[in-house]
Design a protein around this ligand. Structure first.
Ligand code: MGD
Ligand code: MGD
Ligand code: SF4
Ligand code: MO
Length: 622
């Protein structure tokens, strides 16, 4: 068996099919929750084994030329530079290009043993997770089966595009569905109750729903009495979130609000999109939405990320029980710290394209201000900018252990193909580097990577041996009644937040009255991957006919500007600009050159999806 390791809710499980001893295709298993189907990317991965973008040998780039070098030469070059640099001026950037425990997590051990700097891993879901924890003491929620059992609200999530198995479960069950979004996405167009909100105002809508449930006396008194703290203060607080105020701020009319309230009284699951944490007031919205389920007495009623539900010890894999990064930098603020580093080592991520102002990383590397090394299976923008490129196997070419942030199946991935050329896996590379840096005897590096995995998954109730024998194991559902907050209860009024100097109740700050650039998902790509198969995402934005100023536009703000084709599109409301995918403008500048990097208050996630921009038509030179 082998599970897709992409940064994706579904973590599809496949059975490999060979022909003449060679991998022919991957067949999605019929069992729950893969259900015998997959996406356009899942089927393309076999083709990518021989993608023209594959890297087969280490490459060293000088000012004028690039040469293929041996692994020993490549790693000696890197080690020499690291030895000459203060550890805090060495930064590693890694994210979820491959979710394997050995591929993503374990290699950080080397850098922690060294005392190097790390990012805060905030780009995707941290804001929502930390926000929800302020009230619940945890951020995990509903098990996958629930999506087939109950009505579902997709809040800030185009599930039809980015979460196809969750979407299929809800639709096949023929239960009622609702969605809350700022754009008429595929999901919005295909649910029973679509609710269009103005960007960054979800917290007002959620508190308005809470007020109405309380007013109607429809909350679960028994649950509130036994398991919650601060209900009275919450009741008082939401008083001002009247239907009139909700309509004025969010644009949601009273009748629609009431329909959504009635929808909630049917005890749906809310799938809270990670996206919410990337918006203005996003952490506040995640807090407020999760509290609707406290009113309903339904502690498994929302789903955000289940990563924390399985008991996998990610910190142990990264060696944080023994060593800490010398410094931690926020992913959204790359522009502000890039000059502080001499060496940046990247794996499992494409920060030049995917981080706000990632273009400045490429610029710093081009100026020679930073030495950039990248370990990746494919040439991407970060590898193009790098001084040292190291070839990695894809997930089909190495054994690993893979978990899902949605479903509770842990998978032992057995390699189904041979790595090309001299591609070497991540654990091998950090072991070699450790030798060259004199860290091979450090206890973190001495522990065999597989032993580390075995220990890290014990909390999930399974041993590596058992997992390997069985291929995959269904993990137990977590305890929904264990609230590790300051009061040990679900905190409507968060003492946990108050003790940290944060607001105990969700706050609302009016978003700017400006055009908002946002990023609904593209079905052909997972973040920046699969462009070698499907080409670049079109350098185009979609705008409401009211905002449309011509077929070529410049979007600009204090970060910079991008030049894009534009199309009028009535499924985009006035005031919103949509770009689908993570790509580049007409000149090849990353779209994220204008992205908002300002971090959220709780988990530091950049407010990328509420990027304020100005627009002007392109100047034609003919
Ligand atoms: N096909 C595909 N699937 C993917 C990915 C991909 O790139 N392509 N990426 C994967 C990754 S890394 C992640 S994190 C998840 C992404 O999943 P999420 O980030 O959870 O959600 P998305 O499906 O990308 O949709 C986000 C939605 O939020 C809406 N939105 C923007 N601003 C606001 C706002 O202020 N309020 C509300 N209510 N909605 C708003 C957008 O219009 C969009 O429809 O998907 C994963 N799956
Ligand atoms: N404009 C805009 N920007 C965004 C977003 C958006 O919606 N719009 N979404 C944001 C979100 S939610 C996320 S999660 C981030 C994602 O940001 P990233 O994690 O940087 O994006 P990916 O494209 O998933 O990662 C891709 C890189 O991982 C590498 N990789 C893949 N498999 C392996 C492997 O087995 N080993 C090694 N060593 N490397 C591997 C590949 O080289 C690939 O280029 O982007 C964020 N940025
Ligand atoms: S990208 Fe997502 S839906 Fe597609 S194969 Fe991978 S896990 Fe499945
Ligand atoms: Mo993400």
């Amino acid at each position: 068996m082998i599970a897709c390791t992409r940064d994706c809710f579904d973590t599809c499980i496949f059975r490999p099919v060979y022909r003449g001893g060679k991998l022919e295709k991957l067949v999605p298993i019929d069992e729950f929750p893969t259900l015998g189907f997959t996406c356009a990317r899942g089927v393309a991965d076999v083709k990518r084994l021989s993608s023209p973008k594959r890297i087969k040998r280490p490459v060293l780039r000088g000012e004028r030329q690039q040469i293929e070098v041996s692994w020993s030469r490549a790693l000696e070059e890197l080690a020499l530079r690291i030895r000459e640099t203060h550890p805090e001026e060495v930064l590693h950037i890694d994210y979820d290009g491959n979710q394997g425990l050995l591929t993503w997590y374990y290699p950080a051990r080397l850098f922690n043993a060294l005392g190097a700097a790390s990012t805060d891993y905030s780009i995707c879901s941290a804001e929502g997770s930390e926000a929800i924890k302020l009230h619940w003491g945890r951020s995990y929620g509903a098990m996958p089966e629930e999506l087939g059992r109950r009505p579902v609200v997709f809040w800030a999530l185009d599930a039809a595009t980015s979460f196809i198995h969750g979407w299929a479960l809800a639709k096949r069950a023929r239960n009622a569905t609702a969605a809350v979004d700022v754009v008429w996405t595929a999901t919005m167009k295909n649910v029973d109750l679509p609710v269009l909100v103005k960007p960054g105002t979800d917290v007002v809508l959620a508190l308005g729903i809470a007020r109405e449930i309380i007013l109607r006396g429809e909350y679960d008194r028994d649950f509130v009495d036994r398991y919650t703290y601060g209900f009275d203060k919450f009741v008082k607080y939401v008083e001002t979130y009247t239907p009139e105020y909700v309509e004025a701020e969010t644009g949601v009319r009273r009748e629609t609000l009431f329909r959504l309230v009635e929808f909630y009284l049917r005890r749906p699951v809310t799938v809270i999109g990670f996206a919410i944490g990337r918006t203005e007031n996003g952490g506040e919205a995640a807090r407020a939405i999760s509290l609707i389920h406290a009113l309903l007495g339904d502690p498994a009623g929302f789903y955000y990320s289940n990563s924390g539900a399985w008991g996998i010890d990610f910190a142990y894999l990264r060696g944080l029980h023994m060593a800490k990064p010398g410094r931690v930098v926020n992913m959204g603020l790359l522009g502000s710290w890039i000059d502080d580093f001499d060496i940046i080592y990247v794996w499992n991520a494409n920060p030049v394209l995917t981080l706000p102002q990632g273009n400045r990383l490429a610029e710093a590397a081009a100026r020679g201000d930073v030495f950039l090394a990248v370990h990746t299976p494919f040439i991407d923008e970060t590898a193009e900018a790098a001084h040292l490129v190291l070839p990695a196997p894809t997930y089909l070419e190495k054994d690993d252990v893979v978990y899902s942030y949605w479903h509770n199946y842990l998978v032992y991935n057995t390699a189904v193909a041979e790595p090309p050329g001299e591609a070497r896996r991540e654990t091998w590379v950090v072991a070699k580097l450790a030798e060259l840096l004199g860290l091979a005897e450090h206890p973190l590096m001495r522990e065999d990577p597989w032993e580390a995995v075995d220990k890290a998954i014990r909390g999930a109730g399974v041993t590596l041996k058992e997992l390997k024998e069985r291929g995959y194991v269904k993990l137990r559902a977590p305890d929904y009644y264990n609230f590790s907050t300051a009061t040990g209860k679900v905190e409507f009024y968060s003492v946990t937040a108050e003790r940290r100097g944060l607001s105990p109740l969700p706050q609302y700050k009016k978003p700017q009255d400006a055009l908002v650039l946002t990023f609904p998902p593209n079905p052909l790509y997972t973040n920046s991957q699969f462009r070698d198969i499907y080409g670049e995402p079109p350098p185009r934005v979609y705008m409401n006919p009211r905002d449309y100023v011509g077929d070529c536009v410049v979007l600009y703000n204090e970060q910079g500007e991008v030049v894009l084709e534009a199309s009028p599109d009535p499924s985009v409301p006035p005031g919103v600009v949509v770009y689908r995918g993570i790509g580049k403008d007409l000149r090849g500048v990353p779209i994220n050159a204008v992205a908002r990097g300002e971090p959220g208050l709780y988990g530091g996630t950049p407010k990328l999806y509420t990027t304020y921009v100005n627009v002007r038509p392109c100047e034609r030179s003919n």
